[in-house]
Write a protein that binds this ligand. Structure first.
Ligand SMILES: [Zn+2]
Length: 468
């Protein structure tokens, strides 16, 4: 590691970086809770100050909201340094400064907004997701400027304040600020690596399309002693529908559902297979006794590279104390389909509606209300930007990164689509850092390596051929 550009910078800055992160983590920037709106704003100001100190020439807080209520959202922070000139690549770093709520508070071993270092771990809400990883990028820029006097690329930052509530205003913001945010590559630092000694990079995120389905089989609930055995039961209709969403092999039964699924390349399949997997530990972490899902696909494939149909809620009839002798007239359920490249919400959504129409019994009424959709994202493992990223990671961790598939759905697809740029992930958190859970923590050794890797990346991206 001796020849890494930011080694000396990091050695003399560790204490300051840790103190800065600790101060930032004291701000409870919970975007889900309106009572913390002021804290999210304070966190944005804090972040803006860090970007100014890192030498960014333009730093601005960007209000977010709807056309009807501008400013009703939580603020993002924008910063830029464009001193490398028009011929150099422009890189946009994305991260977020808001955090998840902290409940259940009783499960925290120390207060979530009073950061403490325990061994090599910094324990606080937001340490890994995502303030630590945002600071890692800011420090890399600051370090390269300190060591080299300038950056070899034009650098922009977009640090969002609403990621933890589903980025409701991000796409609007991206369209509104499209020109200013224009970049040749987007780098996201908001993901994990498989293990400290198994460096990896995420190459994809799943899409999402979801529905709220309501059913009605009669005008009102009916007496089961008078009508039961003759009339349709809405609870049973819903249960049958939900059951028919999958076949005996765990495959989703919508016609054509798998038509657009892109199979893993041999290189990706080999990479996924190389990620250590301990099924007993996986089950223990999830708190389940056995695994389900698509037969003949490994758990890593099922989570990141295969689509799913998840029934996220199912309600009908009487749920109060004791029993009520009725035949329920209404039922409802919610389904969320996770999509993988190259599936499209605009194809899967209508396919589900058609499937429903053909499976709901004649005469039963149903309605399917869409509950939002996101497209999947994939950066090919042989993309030139990916090769530059992998080289930077390998020099710091001493091993080439494996390629992992992200199972979740985030703002990355909108970033890549609106800005028309490839997107790569430099994520250094670890799977057991307790994202969104009590006792979130950040492994400081990963943070320090992350600063070094982000520094290498800033320098290496200078060689990126725009339009590649
Ligand atoms: Zn995050």
């Amino acid at each position: 590691m001796t020849d890494l550009a930011l080694n000396a910078y990091l050695q003399r800055s560790k204490e300051r970086i840790l103190a800065t992160l600790t101060d930032w983590l004291r701000i409870p920037s919970i975007s889900a809770d309106p009572n913390h709106a002021g804290d999210v704003a304070a966190s944005a100001e804090f972040c803006a100050r860090l970007l100014r100190e890192a030498g960014m020439t333009t730093v601005e807080i960007l209000a977010t909201g709807t056309a009807q209520a501008p400013g009703s959202g939580r603020p993002a922070v924008y910063a830029e340094w464009l001193g490398a000139g028009p011929d150099a690549p422009t890189v946009l770093i994305y991260g977020h400064h808001d955090v998840q709520p902290v409940d259940p508070l009783a499960e925290w071993t120390s207060p979530p907004f009073e950061p403490v270092v325990v061994g090599d771990e910094l324990l606080a809400r937001g340490s890994a997701d995502d303030k630590g990883q945002v600071l890692m990028q800011i420090e890399a820029a600051r370090g390269v400027r300190a060591e080299r006097g300038r950056l070899p690329i034009n650098l922009k930052f977009l640090i969002e304040g609403e990621e933890e509530v589903g980025s409701p205003h991000l796409e609007d913001l991206l369209w509104r600020e499209k020109e200013r945010l224009a970049a040749d590559i987007v780098v996201v630092s908001d993901t994990t690596m498989e293990a400290p000694d198994v460096p990896s990079t995420t190459v994809s995120m799943r899409g999402l399309v979801s529905f709220d389905v309501t059913l009605r089989t009669a005008r009102s609930d009916l007496h089961s002693g008078i009508w039961g055995g003759t009339v349709p039961n809405a609870a049973l209709v819903a249960a049958r529908l939900v059951d028919r969403l999958h076949d005996a092999d765990g495959r989703v039964t919508l016609p054509g559902f798998y038509d657009d699924v892109r199979e893993l390349t041999p290189q990706e399949a080999a990479s996924l297979a190389a990620i250590p997997f301990d099924e007993a530990e996986f089950r223990r972490q999830a708190g389940v006794a056995y695994l389900e899902g698509e037969a003949s696909r490994s758990p890593f494939e099922r989570v990141g590279a295969r689509p799913t149909a998840e029934v996220v809620g199912l309600h009908s009839g009487y749920g109060g104390p004791g029993i009520k002798t009725i035949v329920p007239a209404t039922a409802s359920f919610k389904v969320a389909f996770r999509l993988v490249p190259d599936q499209r919400p605009e194809r899967v959504g209508p396919a589900f509606r058609e499937w429903l129409a053909s499976h709901v019994p004649d005469g039963a009424q149903f309605e399917a209300t869409p509950e939002g959709s996101v497209s999947p994202l994939l950066t090919p493992v042989d993309h030139p930007a990916m090769r530059i990223l992998c080289s930077a990671i390998e020099r710091v961790w001493g091993a080439a990164p494996l390629f992992s598939r992200g199972g979740g759905s985030g703002p990355e697809e909108a970033l890549a689509r609106v800005l028309g740029a490839p997107l790569i992930f430099l994520g250094v958190a670890l799977p057991d850092d307790n994202f969104h859970a009590p006792n979130e923590h950040l492994d400081l050794r990963q943070l320090w390596r992350g600063v070094l890797a982000a520094g290498e990346l800033v320098l290496d991206l200078a060689s990126y051929k725009v339009g590649a």
